[in-house]
Design a protein around this ligand. Structure first.
Ligand SMILES: [Fe+2]
Length: 350
C-alpha cells in the first residue's frame, strides 16, 4: 500500500546515504522518491511533485545551489521546502544555499532524530503556506467570477487593488491593514454577481428601480464573502465603498471619518480607474481629466485629505517610483484570464 504521509524527494549522490535516508523516511510513513544527481532531481520533482526535498549540496550535473535557484525561479516550486544536507555547516556553502532559497540545514553525518524533527517542522510550515495559497486562490476565483459577469470590470478590480494598495502604503498602512485594502479593493464589487445583466450592461440611463437595485451591490457583496474567515477584516470596505465624504452615499449614509479608511481609499481608486478606462455607457478620459474630476469632488464625494496623496501617487507610479513597502501579492495580480470575448466598445449614453 502506498504510504499516506508527505512525499519526500531525496537527492543525494552517495548511494549508501541515499538508501539510509529512504529507509529512515519510509519507516516514519513518508513516501520517497530517491535520485542520485541534480538533473534527475529536477526532473523527478516536476514529474512527481513531492511535498518536501532533502538535498545534498555537492551533486553531479546540476549542483545543489543551482537546483535550489531553479526551484525558486519556477512558480510551481517556489514554496517547496528544501532541507539541505551538508558536511560544511560553517562554510560559505551554507550562506550561498540560504541565499539561493534553502529552508533548513542538517549537518552530515546526520542525527536521525534531528533530521525527522526538521522534516516535521518544514512540513508544518508548508501546510500553513498551502492554506494561505488556498485562501488567495479563492479570492482570485471570486475576482474572476465578478470580472466575467460585468464587462466594465474586466481588469478593473486588479488595477484598482494596485492603486488602492499604493495609496494605502503611502498613507502608512502596513501588513494586515494593507492586505485588507488590497483584498477589499479586489472584491469591492463582488455583489454585482447577483445583479441582472440587463442592468449591468444597460447602455442608457437606469430607471429609479434599477438604480435602487444597483445600489444593493455593496450589501450583497458583504453577504457573499461573509462565510470567508479572511473576509471579516475587509468586509467593511466592500459594504462602504460607495459612501461619500458628505454623507450622501450608500448604503448607510456614513460621513467623513466614520467611513472606514479602507473604503475611502477604494472609493477614490475606483472612481479614478472608471474615469480613465471608461464604462459601457461612457468613453474613457485622459489622466489629466481624471485628476481634475477627483479634485472637483474632493470634500464632497471623496476624503479631501486623501485626494492630494492619491494624485501624488499617480505621478509616482507614472515615473516608476516604487512604493515605500512591498505591496501585498493580491495587489500585484496578473491581468485577468480571458473568460469572455473582448468587451463591447464604449457607446455614449443617450
Ligand atoms: Fe461598486
Amino acid at each position: 500500500m502506498a504510504p499516506m504521509g508527505p512525499r519526500v524527494a531525496v537527492i543525494e549522490d552517495d548511494a549508501s546515504i541515499r538508501r539510509l535516508l529512504v529507509r529512515i523516511l519510509e519507516a516514519e510513513g513518508y513516501g520517497t522518491i530517491a535520485v542520485g544527481d541534480g538533473d534527475a532531481g529536477l526532473r523527478a520533482i516536476h514529474e512527481h511533485q513531492p511535498d518536501l526535498v532533502i538535498l545534498d549540496l555537492s551533486l553531479p550535473r546540476i549542483d545543489g545551489h543551482e537546483l535550489i535557484r531553479r526551484l525558486r525561479a519556477d512558480p510551481r516550486t517556489v514554496a517547496l521546502p528544501v532541507i539541505v544536507l551538508t558536511g560544511h555547516t560553517a562554510s560559505a556553502d551554507m550562506i550561498a544555499a540560504l541565499d539561493a532559497g534553502a529552508d533548513d540545514f542538517v549537518a552530515k553525518p546526520f542525527q536521525q532524530l534531528e533530521l525527522l524533527a526538521r522534516l516535521r517542522s518544514a512540513w508544518r510550515m508548508r501546510q500553513v503556506t498551502l492554506k494561505m495559497e488556498d485562501a488567495h486562490a479563492i479570492v482570485v476565483a471570486l475576482v474572476n467570477a465578478v470580472e466575467a459577469k460585468d464587462v466594465d470590470l474586466k481588469d478593473h478590480c486588479r488595477n484598482l487593488a494596485f492603486r488602492a494598495a499604493r495609496l494605502g502604503a503611502y498613507v502608512g498602512l502596513r501588513d494586515q491593514e494593507l492586505d485588507e485594502v488590497a483584498f477589499g479593493a479586489l472584491l469591492h464589487d463582488i455583489g454585482k454577481i447577483a445583479l441582472p445583466e440587463a442592468i449591468l450592461h444597460k447602455p442608457g440611463p437606469l430607471t429609479e428601480d434599477e438604480i435602487r437595485e444597483m445600489r444593493l451591490h455593496p450589501v450583497i457583496g458583504e453577504r457573499i464573502i461573509g462565510p470567508l474567515r479572511i473576509a471579516r477584516d475587509f468586509s467593511p470596505i466592500i459594504r462602504h465603498h460607495h459612501e461619500r465624504w458628505d454623507g450622501r452615499g450608500y448604503p448607510d449614509g456614513l460621513a467623513g471619518e466614520a467611513i472606514p479608511l479602507g473604503a475611502r481609499i477604494v472609493a477614490i481608486a475606483d472612481a479614478f480607474d472608471a474615469i480613465v478606462r471608461g464604462r459601457v455607457y461612457r468613453a474613457a478620459r485622459t489622466l489629466d481629466e481624471a485628476i481634475e474630476e477627483l479634485r472637483r469632488h474632493s470634500g464632497s464625494q471623496f476624503d479631501p485629505g486623501l485626494i492630494p496623496l492619491f494624485i501624488d501617487e499617480i505621478e509616482r507610479v507614472g515615473s516608476g517610483t516604487p512604493p515605500p513597502v512591498e505591496l501585498p501579492s493580491v495587489a500585484r495580480l496578473a491581468v485577468a484570464v480571458p473568460i469572455r470575448p473582448d468587451p463591447v466598445p464604449a457607446r455614449p449614453r443617450p
